[in-house]
Design a protein around this ligand. Structure first.
Ligand SMILES: N[C@@H](CCC(=O)N[C@@H](CS)C(=O)NCC(=O)O)C(=O)O
Length: 216
């Protein structure tokens, strides 16, 4: 097989990494076949001998690419005849790559316990102390006051929401990588959580349905 994606996986084969979703959307957009290797947090150290990697990792015909943005650039450079991930300009997508981390923290405050509960026992034993050290508090304290976190997350989506009031996709008339970057966050939540992170009549919800069609 020419292309292998190491895809972060929770129990029940749930694929939940927002960054891996960006790559799966990019591969689908390009129409490129690939296989995934279900990879738990505690499997990551087995992928290499050097410093710990992050996922996604893509092995494309013996070339290894780490980091979702680097993978998108690689796919665009190596498969120029397939539909472009950056139609018009890469600058727009680069901005989204730098902006989207602003919506991850408020989303994490909504779903991190669901992420934890979705993991198998070995990954839970890694995840809880690692994240609690990063947050400086327990996971339970981190998610306290869900109403306030939901409000903060939905407010953080305003730039996307306002854009979608006048065009169907962040990239314009058709979806491209600038859409897939924030879309990964929604697929992350959907994989592990029942939380209704956007209301069904929110323009963002309609956009997500349209973006997901790329995966079909
Ligand atoms: N900048 C990287 C970030 C990737 C990343 O943070 N991946 C997470 C999974 S969502 C990871 O591999 N974490 C490993 C860990 O927490 O041990 C990218 O865009 O690919």
């Amino acid at each position: 097989m020419a292309r292998i994606l190491y895809d972060l996986t929770a129990s029940g084969d749930r694929r939940f990494s927002p960054y891996c979703w960006r790559t799966k959307l990019a591969l689908a957009h390009k129409g490129l076949d690939y296989e995934t290797v279900a990879t738990r947090f505690t499997d990551i150290d087995r992928l290499n001998d050097g410093p710990r990697l992050t996922l996604p990792v893509l092995d494309d015909n013996d070339v290894r690419i780490v980091d979702s943005w680097a993978i998108a650039e690689h796919l665009e450079g190596h498969y120029p005849d397939a539909p472009s991930l950056f139609p018009g300009s890469k600058a727009h997508a680069r901005f989204m790559n730098n902006w989207t981390p602003t919506i991850h923290p408020p989303l994490l405050r909504l779903i991190v316990l669901d992420v934890y509960n979705a993991l198998d026992a070995a990954d839970q034993a890694y995840f809880r102390p690692d994240r609690e050290a990063k947050f400086g508090m327990t996971l339970e304290a981190f998610v306290e006051d869900q109403d306030a976190h939901l409000k903060a997350f939905r407010a953080a989506l305003n730039p996307i929401r306002e854009t979608l009031k006048i065009q169907p996709f962040i990239s314009g008339d058709t979806p491209a990588y600038a859409d897939y970057i924030p879309a990964g966050a929604f697929l992350w939540a959907e994989a592990v959580s029942e939380c209704e992170i956007v209301a069904s009549d929110d323009p963002v919800a309609g956009w997500m349905q349209r973006v997901k069609a790329v995966l079909n």
